[in-house]
Write a protein that binds this ligand. Structure first.
Ligand code: DAK
Length: 256
């Protein structure tokens, strides 16, 4: 087993668990990851997910030994599996926080970028070293990196294959925050708990508005926002949220 999935009340913690190979991704891991994502999405108790890695790496990329002998057909299947797994993370209705504890290289940086929020330990290292292996980023790196950090910085990372420490990642907007290594998981789990305590549908539709609106022109994106705003008001969440504020109590959300 390469994936460990735990749940503490409304927050799920998914740990990539192949420390002897710095959590390098192979087919079995991606299949297990895909199943774990589906389970988390289907679990009505879970409101937020944190993804981290065991040991000194988040994910040191795709398993290089595994890729070396690919036939074209195997490369295609690998590509489809990888893209669909990363896509599942990005399109989850529930918010996902990447707790980047160490090396996040190649597919590791790409998987982190598919998460909604990235928090880095001060020991984290990012990079897209595929060019050193004679290949290009293939789990969405050329596209998500460009959207997150801009084309200039994305091209530097993709062309050089260099490593970037957590502070550099923070400066370029690749991560939201850097925290000391021993504070990483408590910080991310606390953030996940705060998100889990907010209006369930409100959080979900905020994610949908950002994810679907970012590639629209502003007029269409604002129309989407207004439509989703109306959707929230078709439920009792705004009434409960406003009522709780006025009555000085904690809200009780009913939607899952
Ligand atoms: N694959 C396989 N094994 C790996 C690995 C990897 N990516 N990274 C590390 N390991 C293994 C090492 O081989 C070593 O194994 P043993 O020798 O102990 O058996 C063990 O993990 C510990 O690694 P090191 O001894 O190297 O540890 P160091 O602390 O000295 O160095 C390092 C850490 C992260 C700097 C170094 O291990 C390293 O450079 N690793 C390779 C990183 C890398 O190049 N990653 C990118 C892989 S390319 C695609 C989609 C996506 C992709 C491709 C195609 N399609 C859609 C088609 C993605 C590609 C990639 O991610």
């Amino acid at each position: 087993m390469y994936i460990e999935l735990q749940r503490d009340e409304r927050v799920a913690l998914l740990t990539i668990d192949r420390p002897e190979a710095l959590n390098a991704m192979n087919v079995e891991m991606l299949n297990e990851l895909s199943v774990a994502i589906e389970q988390t999405e289907d679990d009505d108790e879970v409101r937020a997910l944190v993804i981290t890695g065991r040991g000194k790496a988040f994910i040191a990329g795709a398993d290089i030994a595994h890729m070396q002998g690919f036939s074209p057909q195997q490369a295609k299947e690998w590509s489809e599996l990888g893209q669909s797994t990363v896509g599942k993370i990005e399109s989850m209705k529930k918010p996902v926080i990447a707790a980047v504890n160490g090396y996040a290289l190649g597919g590791g940086t790409e998987l982190a970028m598919a998460c909604d929020i990235r928090v880095a330990s001060d020991r984290a290292v990012f990079g897209q070293p595929e060019v050193k292996l004679g290949m290009i980023a293939g789990f969405g790196g050329t596209q998500r990196l460009t959207r997150l950090v801009g084309p200039g910085m994305a091209k530097e990372m993709l062309f050089t294959g260099d490593h970037y420490d957590a502070e550099a990642a923070l400066r370029m907007g690749l991560v939201n925050k850097v925290v000391p290594a021993d504070e990483l998981l408590p910080y991310c789990l606390d953030m996940a708990k705060r998100i889990a305590s907010r209006g369930t549908l409100a959080v979900r539709l905020s994610k949908e508005a950002v994810n679907h609106g970012r590639d629209m022109d502003l007029e269409k994106a604002l129309h989407l926002e207004a439509t989703l705003y109306a959707v929230v008001f078709s439920t009792d969440e705004p009434c409960e949220g406003c009522g709780a504020f006025l009555e000085k109590r904690e809200p009780k959300w009913t939607s899952s």
